[in-house]
Design a binder for this molecule. Structure first.
Ligand SMILES: Nc1ncnc2c1ncn2[C@@H]1O[C@H](COP(=O)(O)OP(=O)(O)O)[C@@H](O)[C@H]1O
Ligand SMILES: [Mg+2]
Length: 308
């Protein structure tokens, strides 16, 4: 299938869920994009190029280093790494979607083929004529985008997880997590201004205020409240490719009912688990080792979070 705005290959159209094979390919694409970004940063480092914000790398045009490539390695490697990253995260003009990037408030009015369906702090969501959802993640002051968790150990010994604006790489990680445990989500590209453009299958909203704690996806492990406190709803531990993550903000507005009847996550706040804070804690390490082998092992019977 071709995306109706960009012409790029896509496995998403309206509420349709991808086949098993398409889903696997979609997740592979998310992982490959992250690897390509890391490789780009690594080779740039070999060339003596560093950036205080990863946004600078995210918006680098494909031909930015072409003149330097003639100098041989590591510059030619940088050119290859940049082209590979751009293949996986193309620069896409917002004008393709009918927006006027030069305007005062780019997303204020619906463009001809998109209808705003929601959004707030991180992204604006629009529905297209084919019922696909497009999200535009805008960046904030300092070049931050999306969200992440930062951690500190409180005086009571508890780990406090606090949601903060994140980096572009952390947004790619979050979108991988959403695709893995929630609604299939494609990264369409990034606008030259730095707006991340994402496509998602359409779902049906859930009743406002519905308690989602008992309908969360399998593999999300309830965290005993004596271990960690988060400033977002329903904090859960999740192992992605063997690595522990904190995943939260799983309230009713961040879940939808999909075409196959399942309830799935469309949005979340995630952070790599703070292993440096938990390593020395024997009880927590023991719990993590148990639930890593069997996510159901440490979970108490389904109950609202505050009873854990
Ligand atoms: N895949 C989707 N299907 C249906 N509605 C959606 C979808 N994605 C987003 N929305 C609507 O847009 C709102 C905001 O989207 P979300 O991804 O949660 O962005 P934000 O980061 O701003 O919370 C949702 O609460 C929902 O009403
Ligand atoms: Mg949300």
């Amino acid at each position: 299938m071709q995306d109706s705005f960009t012409g790029f290959p896509t496995c998403l159209c309206g509420a349709r869920l991808p086949s098993e094979a398409e889903w696997v390919a979609l997740l592979g694409c998310h992982r490959e994009r992250l690897r390509a970004f890391d490789h780009l940063v690594e080779v740039a480092g070999e060339c003596g190029i560093q950036a205080d914000q990863d946004r600078h790398f995210f918006v680098l045009p494909e031909d930015e280093v072409s003149l330097l490539e003639a100098a041989g390695e590591p510059w030619s490697g940088l050119g290859r790494a940049l082209r590979n990253f751009r293949r996986l995260l193309p620069l896409v003009s917002l004008t393709l979607f009918g927006f006027e990037p030069a305007g005062e408030d780019v997303f204020e009015n619906n463009p001809p083929r998109l209808v705003r369906v929601g959004g707030g702090v991180e992204a604006l969501a629009f529905e297209a004529p084919d019922a696909s959802i497009y999200k535009f993640f805008f960046f904030r002051e300092g070049g931050y985008i999306g969200s992440r968790f930062s951690y500190a150990r409180g005086e009571d010994g508890l780990i406090q997880a606090t949601a903060y604006p994140g980096t572009y790489r952390q947004l790619l990680e979050k979108l991988l997590l959403v695709s893995r445990i929630g609604v299939p989500t494609e990264v369409v590209g990034i606008s030259p201004e730095g707006v991340m453009i994402v496509k998602q299958a359409l779902g049906e909203p859930l009743p406002q205020g519905m308690d989602t704690s008992t309908v969360l996806p399998p593999g999300l492990i309830a965290i005993p409240s004596r271990f960690l406190r988060a400033d977002r709803d329903h904090p859960r531990l999740y192992f992605l490719d063997g690595e522990p993550w904190l995943v939260a903000d799983l309230h009713a507005r961040n879940l939808v009912r999909c075409a196959d009847g399942t309830l799935r996550v469309i949005d979340l706040v995630a952070g790599a688990w703070p292993s440096e804070l938990t390593r020395g804690d024997g009880i927590m390490a023991d719990w993590m080792a148990r639930v890593r082998l069997d996510p159901a092992a440490g979970a108490l019977p389904a109950s609202p979070d505050d009873e854990l």
